[in-house]
Design a protein. Sequence first.
Length: 377
Amino acid sequence: MALISIVQKRVVEKDKKIENELILEGISLASVLPGPMAFNVVTFIGYRLKGMKGAFVSMAGILLPSFLLMLLLSFLYLRYGNVPAFNHFFAGILPAVAAIIISVAFAMVKKNISGVPQGIIAVISLLIMIFSKAYLSTITIMLVSGIAGYFLYYKPTDSKEKYQKKMPSTLKMNYSRFVIPFMLFFFLLLTFFYPSILPEKFTDIVLLNRKIILIFSGMSLSLFGGGYVVIPAMQQVIVNSMGWLTNKEFSDAVAMGQVTPGPIFITATFIGYKVAGFWGAVNATLAIFLPPGLLMIACSRFFDSIRKSAVIAAVFKGLRPAIIGMIAAASFTILAHGDLSLKTGLLFLAFLILAIRYKADPVYLIPGAGLIGLLIF
């Protein structure tokens, strides 16, 4: 939710490229699909803006910075046996991110909650998410709020004109441009299934990378609930079954995934790098992010065809306040993981004023908060 909130500040409030409704719809769809929620939501936004091209550009944009930073940390960790000291830097960032989330929830409340029933749904969602950490709580909130929206707001005569979005027009493609990429893809596919066609010194490398791809893609498509659900499953497979990492290495990998920007699924980069070097890192990262991203694109196409119905519109009137409550709850969760001191509280209030009153851009607010953390903590 922290990453989604920062995206919202940029593309909704500053660039005005999309409406809040679109992000809320993306969260609703991502909540019931496997894989990393923030990554899936950004993929959804990119697809809605510019079709397939926009989806893949969005995927690269959200993933590449995290991947490169995690790759650097993996190299330093395996070379020197320690994680760089980020504690003070991130002690300043946490209250800033929490303030940004609250400011986003505040903006969404003004535009998407218009009556007492929606306000009640938002408050109940907020309280449940604060006091319950189970993924079933998220599913229950989505289900109950959607049903409540149907019974409260369904009117068969509702006009759905305002929910219709013009999809990107189909572009004529020059297929000759795709001959070389297709041949390369075909060769890679052939070596994936038949590594014996390669020189012997490459066979073991391909077999190892194939195992990485199969394991991480399988996990990405079978786990629901975001990063905190995938961690224990990943530990069971990577540490206990495969023996690729020790428990300490895995814990350190999760810690690095926490302190780097982007989805916590980026932990896969460290694991792949530890097992098979650079290409292991690339394959593990793509395997855990790309399959759910492609599934999100497929479901986005289907979702666009049903979202115009009166039933779906009524359901979303119940879902939107519930999602806003979930977003606000993420702020409390982030603060609870930090140092709950007077300095943290004062920083949170200062950043909240900057975010709401002065519309401070997170691109400047977050690094500035990290520098403040280095100075005062």
